[in-house]
Design a protein around this ligand. Structure first.
Ligand code: ZN
Length: 173
C-alpha cells in the first residue's frame, strides 16, 4: 500500500481535491484556493490544518482530509449526474451501506451533523400514491427530523445498544 501508481478513475474523487503528481507532494486544491483568496483569514481559522501531504501519502489519509474539511463539496461532487467512479471516503461508504441516501447525507451535513456514528437508518414508509388506503397514519408517530430529536434517538440507540437488559438490575432503573 504505497499509494503510488494506480491513480486511475477509481481515485477520481481524491484527484478532484488533490493535486497528486507522481513526484511532488499532494496538495489540496480547495484549501489552496481558500488560502490564496484570504491567507490571513485562512491561517487564523485553520491553524493546524494540513493542506499538503507528502507524495506517498495513502489515499485513505487524503480521504480523511476530504471527510474533515470538504464533506459538503464532496457530496456535491458525488451527486453529479453520470458519476462513474467509486466513493472512497469511508464515512460516506458506511452511511450508504446503512441505507442513507446521498440527499439525506447532504441535508445532515448542511445541518452540521457529523456522519460518524449515525444511528441506523430509520425505516421510511414508502408512499403509496393511488392506493388510497387508510394506512396513512400508520407512521404518523414518526417525528420530522430535527437535531434535538436526532440526538435523542442517538442516545436511545446508545442505551439500547450498550445497556442490554442488565439495566433492569440497576436500582436507578
Ligand atoms: Zn482541503
Amino acid at each position: 500500500m504505497t499509494g503510488s501508481g494506480g491513480r486511475t478513475a477509481s481515485t477520481f474523487d481524491v484527484n478532484y481535491f488533490f493535486d497528486c503528481r507522481t513526484n511532488s507532494p499532494s496538495i489540496c486544491k480547495f484549501c489552496c484556493d481558500l488560502r490564496n483568496r484570504n491567507p490571513a483569514k485562512f491561517d487564523n481559522k485553520y491553524l493546524s490544518h494540513t493542506i499538503q501531504y507528502s507524495k506517498n501519502t495513502a489515499t485513505s489519509t487524503l480521504c480523511l482530509h476530504i471527510e474533515k474539511f470538504h464533506l459538503l463539496d464532496y457530496l456535491d461532487l458525488v451527486l453529479q449526474k453520470d458519476r462513474d467512479w467509486p466513493i472512497q471516503v469511508k464515512v460516506m461508504k458506511d452511511c450508504i451501506t446503512n441505507s442513507y441516501s446521498l440527499q439525506e447525507l447532504k441535508s445532515l451535513v448542511n445541518r452540521g451533523v457529523s456522519l460518524k456514528n449515525l444511528p441506523p437508518h430509520p425505516i421510511i414508509p414508502t408512499p403509496n400514491p393511488g392506493s388510497g388506503d387508510t394506512n396513512d397514519d400508520h407512521r404518523s408517530g414518526t417525528p420530522p427530523f430535527s437535531i434535538a430529536i436526532f440526538h435523542k434517538s442517538l442516545v436511545n440507540f446508545i442505551i439500547a445498544d450498550d445497556q442490554s437488559l442488565q439495566v433492569v438490575e440497576c436500582k436507578e432503573f
